[in-house]
Design a protein around this ligand. Structure first.
Ligand code: FES
Length: 149
């Protein structure tokens, strides 16, 4: 990765960790799940409003490190307005990106590409996917908190 691109990605991550978008709770959510990382104790709740198979609103709350917070923030921007199948495909693609597995293809990752460098830091994979796991659990109606383990 070029140094310029690396810097740009760093800026995206820092911006979203300092000023998270869509942070908070949704009154009257239709779906909700909690996710936690047992390695550090960080946790996020994700609230959704699904309508006709589309994620019409999404917010997250809780506490996490810079990577997990920025990932949660960027996730909310990436999935809002998408059909659930497309949002799930984005999660698969994001997961492959940070674990350096073959790209399954699917929706454009856009700003989520900022997390490509995480593949070089296996300990941070759980940070980058914490909110995504909670989102996936919320979509699938999980009753219990989900773990990144
Ligand atoms: Fe806990 Fe990153 S150190 S989620």
């Amino acid at each position: 990765m070029s140094e310029e691109l690396d810097d740009l990605y760093q800026q995206v991550i820092m911006d979203h960790s300092k000023s998270p978008r869509n942070f908070g709770k949704i009154e009257g959510f239709t779906h909700h799940a909690e996710g936690y990382n047992p390695l550090c104790g960080d946790h996020f709740g994700v609230d959704l409003i699904l309508k006709d198979g589309v994620v019409v609103d999404v917010k997250f709350n809780g506490a996490g490190c810079a990577i997990s917070t920025s990932s949660a923030s960027l996730m909310t921007e990436a999935v809002r307005g998408r059909p659930t199948a497309e949002a799930e495909a984005l999660f698969e693609r994001m997961h492959a990106l940070v674990t350096d597995r073959p790209d399954p293809g699917g929706p454009d990752l856009g700003k989520l590409e900022a997390f490509a460098g995480v593949r070089n830091f296996p300990m941070r994979v759980k940070c980058a996917t914490l909110a995504w796991h909670a989102f996936h659990a919320a979509l699938n109606g999980a009753a219990e908190p989900v773990s990144t383990e």
